[in-house]
Design a protein around this ligand. Structure first.
Ligand code: BJW
Ligand code: ZN
Length: 298
């Protein structure tokens, strides 16, 4: 199929917005890119020559928990030192003005909540960098909002900033610079079962998303047709998040609205339906403009 001719018209989107009540957003790493946090795929998706997606697996943690903890220690440090951007602010403002707005985020950086997004209108599909859980599958230990930086002493190198007196790449990010040796004994054990190692409370490849949360998301989508699904800053490669817009479409959604830095390609346009929109650009700039009739100028 093909979209309407005005598929990238902000005015046409504003008309749709004026007649919409139930709005769903599915967000990805591109939303936090302008806050200085790297995305997973494409430029920036490498950490010390490792693909970020290769470190985000239970197998990688099993093999080398110290390496994976250094990667997550660095991500925690970066996220703690980043600030929400106007894209997060616009979504939080939409949530405050419209109780029928629900935001599903794949991002683990805590920037939605730091932008004062109401908690009950946010579902963190892939968990949080600041939750800590246990590797023991029989243990349900979960500590929320642990912002210790570093989380434990052996990964202090991950919390090191660029020194103003020694400009250049920070040692942790320089693949030719050896990593501090970290053994299993350096990694804190779970305080509940004392057996498992503590690990980041995020969802890795091959792991199930929280079943209760997904049931709640599916109920929200099925309850009544969703008028608009905003797909923001995500490559829409990773399931189940990548399937949510199409699922909403089968329940009656009339507009899937993509906001992505990448320009639309003929193939992408081919996959769009009448009523859909595609806005190519930075979510930080586009979201405040797209939502302005509802949230005012921010
Ligand atoms: C901008 C911008 C700017 C840049 N403005 N835009 C069905 C079919 C096939 C496979 C599967 C399937 N169901 C399940 C699977 C397996 C797997 C999967 O999907 N694999 C795919 C690779 C094919 N899924 C799972 O394993 C999930 N579990 C599951 O489904 O359990 C049941 C099951 C298991 C096994 C088999 C079958 C069923 C779990 C997925 C967990 C993903 N975890 C990670 C790591 C989280 C922790 C961490 O942060 O470290 O989540 S991986 C990584 O990818 C992270 C992200 O949330 C996720 C998505 O990435 P995202 O956000 O889209 O980032 P990018 O970098 O890909 O894209 C950024 C975009 O922004 C780009 O498009 C840019 O253009 C754009 N952009 N700057 C606007 N300024
Ligand atoms: Zn435990």
């Amino acid at each position: 199929m093909a979209p309407d001719l005005d598929y990238n018209s902000i005015e046409a989107f504003h008309q749709k917005l004026a007649n919409s009540r139930r709005i769903l957003a599915v967000c990805g790493a591109g939303l936090s890119a302008a806050s200085g946090l790297p995305t997973f795929r494409g430029a920036g998706g490498l950490w010390r020559n490792y693909r970020a997606t290769d470190l985000a697996t239970p197998e990688a943690f099993d093999r080398d928990p110290g390496l994976v903890w250094l990667f997550y220690g660095y991500r925690r440090h970066m996220a703690l030192n980043a600030a929400p951007n106007p894209g997060h602010d616009a979504l939080a403002a939409l949530a405050r003005t419209n109780s029928n707005f629900m935001c599903l985020s794949q991002n683990v950086d805590n920037l939605h909540l730091r932008a004062n997004h109401p908690r009950y209108q946010l579902r963190l599909l892939h968990g949080s960098l600041f939750d800590i859980k246990c590797t023991n599958t029989n243990c349900t230990h979960l500590e929320r909002n642990n912002t210790a930086d570093p989380f434990f002493p052996a990964i202090a190198a991950a919390s090191q900033d660029q020194s103003p007196s020694e400009p250049g790449i920070i040692p942790l990010l320089d693949p030719s610079h050896p990593l501090p040796p970290i053994t299993r004994d350096d990694i804190p054990r779970c305080p509940a079962c004392r057996e498992g190692l503590q690990r980041p409370g995020v969802v890795w490849f091959g792991e199930q998303l929280d079943a209760a949360m997904m049931a709640d998301v599916n109920n929200w989508i099925s309850r009544e047709p969703v008028d608009i699904v905003l797909v923001i800053g995500t490559s829409s490669i990773v399931y189940p998040a990548a399937g949510i817009a199409e699922r909403a479409r089968t329940k009656g959604t009339t507009s899937v609205v993509t906001v992505n830095l990448e320009a639309e390609t003929p193939d992408l346009l081919d996959e769009m339906s009448p009523g859909d929109f595609y806005f190519a650009g930075d979510a930080t700039e586009l979201l405040p403009r797209l939502l302005e009739p509802v949230i005012g100028r921010i």
